[in-house]
Design a binder for this molecule. Structure first.
Ligand code: BG6
Ligand code: MG
Length: 226
């Protein structure tokens, strides 16, 4: 039984939910994969969503059967290279890159005194929020550098709830990636998946696009699964 009245906090993923930096991450990884001679597929691109920088690199090497070919120092260098390509993509970013409906939804949450947090695997999140002029909504950000496990492990969503002083079942997590939905579900929070219904089939609630995010729509969706 999911009770809308019980919800006190919303925990957002960043890349692919607040803005389409997901496409820049993909572009930068693809460049690296091409250089390493690892075939790039839509499945690999989808699997990388929500996954930390080093875990993503391991996934790419694994997909190309190259797990043993690189030392830790090589891996650090490759990950740093991907990151500098990614950072170059961020240069042109402005608040025009916020996905439709996100600012209105954040305003609605603030107006109704919901707590808000960011649970992104990205170490670049504070920079992206600044560029988008959204930092003011996110007084609470989980620092992924202080976590021992990445998504799909629930740790990041549990830490977010803890930082908000809320129990997991008082929180809704919003994600665009399957690994993120699994993390929210494993944390005992209510998951909202934004994007492709089949990819996000494990989400408790599904919306096709961010513009559908309103408290009224979430309340309706919760009633329909209650
Ligand atoms: C996640 C993205 O939010 O952050 C992944 O979905 C990305 O694609 C991960 O690899 C880590 O980001 P960063 O900016 O720390 O390399
Ligand atoms: Mg994402």
């Amino acid at each position: 039984m999911v009770d809308f009245q019980k919800i006190k906090g919303f925990i957002f993923d960043l890349d692919g939910v607040i803005t389409l930096t997901s496409k820049y991450h993909s572009r930068a990884w693809r460049e690296l994969a091409d250089e390493l001679g690892v075939p790039w597929t839509a499945t690999l691109a989808e699997r990388l969503k929500g996954i930390s920088r080093m875990d993503s690199l391991e996934m790419i090497l694994d997909a190309g059967g190259k797990t043993n070919g690189y030392s830790d120092a090589d891996k650090e260098r490759l990950a740093a290279k991907k990151n500098s390509n990614y950072l170059a993509c961020l240069e042109q970013m402005t608040d025009a890159d916020i996905l439709p409906g996100i600012t209105d939804f954040l305003e609605e949450l603030m107006a109704h005194d919901y707590k808000i947090s960011l649970a992104s695997a990205s170490k670049n999140s504070p920079k992206v929020l600044e560029k988008l002029n959204l930092a003011k909504y996110f007084a609470n950000i989980v620092d992924p550098a202080k976590l021992s496990k990445g998504k799909p492990d629930p740790e990041i969503f549990l830490r977010a709830a803890e930082q908000l002083s809320l129990k997991p079942d008082a929180c809704i997590g919003i994600e665009d990636a399957s690994a993120g939905i699994q993390a929210i579900n494993a944390a005992g929070e209510l998951s909202i998946g934004i994007g492709d219904a089949e990819t996000l089939r494990e989400a408790a609630i599904h919306f096709t696009a961010t513009k559908e995010l309103t408290l009224a729509a979430i309340k309706r969706a919760m009633q329909s699964i209650a």
